[in-house]
Design a protein around this ligand. Structure first.
Ligand code: SAH
Length: 220
């Protein structure tokens, strides 16, 4: 991608991204490393052209297949929580690639990122969205994220972008010792669950109420 195209003009410009970052800061996001990563990823490339002018609003937007791109504040909050006290997210598993936006942010903050999406049509879109960014440490997989990704486990960080009724046991078991997982849990009423694996077991903590699309079984 040419510098001019990523820098952009008007709603695609760095200034617009900087304003989004400023709003996230005002809403309480304190992790400047996460904010810098989000300031660097051109979110308008991940939504439909018709919605691109709204790409930097702090809101979820439709990305087709009845799915949404996550709200910037929620992306920032979840990633900041995973990073607390750490320099790097290490090896990351993301469940629910969607349009690929969060995966692009994660890749700036991790050694490597594995992202799973169950809808192949969305995965194709994510690949197309991500291609111009030339991210070398991100691998996309078509599959059911409830099973995690045995071939790449264990993970230092696991993040789910879709809400399960209960946390899939495979995800906990694929967490490295010292690793952290954050996932929305619940059907109608959802909240973020933070799980940390210690040498002897797991610590679990409920965080804020959220609204995510559901985690569905199987792939299509
Ligand atoms: N990460 C995206 C958000 C995508 S929305 C972003 O950057 O904004 C959540 C995604 O999870 C949807 O694309 C949905 O298809 C996907 N999903 C739902 N259940 C899944 C499952 N079991 N395995 C993998 N992906 C799943």
């Amino acid at each position: 991608m040419t510098a001019a195209k990523t820098r952009g003009i008007g709603f695609t410009s760095q200034r617009t991204r900087d304003r989004m970052v400023e709003r996230l800061r005002e809403k309480g996001v304190r992790d400047e490393v996460v904010l810098a990563a989000m300031g660097g990823v051109p979110r308008h490339l991940f939504v439909d052209e018709a919605l691109a002018s709204r790409a930097y609003e702090d809101t979820a937007l439709p990305i087709g297949f009845e799915q949404t791109i996550s709200q910037p504040f929620v992306v920032a909050f979840m990633i900041s929580t995973l990073r607390q006290g750490k320099d790097s997210l290490g090896k990351v598993l993301e469940i629910g690639t969607g349009c690929g936006y969060q995966a692009a942010v994660l890749a700036q903050l991790a050694k490597e990122v594995y992202s799973i999406e169950r809808i192949s049509g969305l995965l194709d879109r994510a690949r197309a969205n991500l291609r111009p960014l030339r991210i070398g440490n991100l691998r996309l997989t078509h599959g059911d994220g409830s099973d995690g990704l045995v071939t790449a486990a264990p993970f230092d960080s696991i993040i789910s972008a879709a809400a399960a009724a209960e946390l899939p046991p495979a995800l906990k078991s694929q967490l490295a010792v010292g690793g952290r997982l954050i996932a929305p849990i619940g059907v109608r009423d959802q909240a973020l669950l933070l799980v940390e694996r210690t040498a002897t077991g797991f610590n679990e903590q409920w965080l804020d109420a959220v609204r995510f699309v559901p985690l569905r079984a199987g792939k299509q």
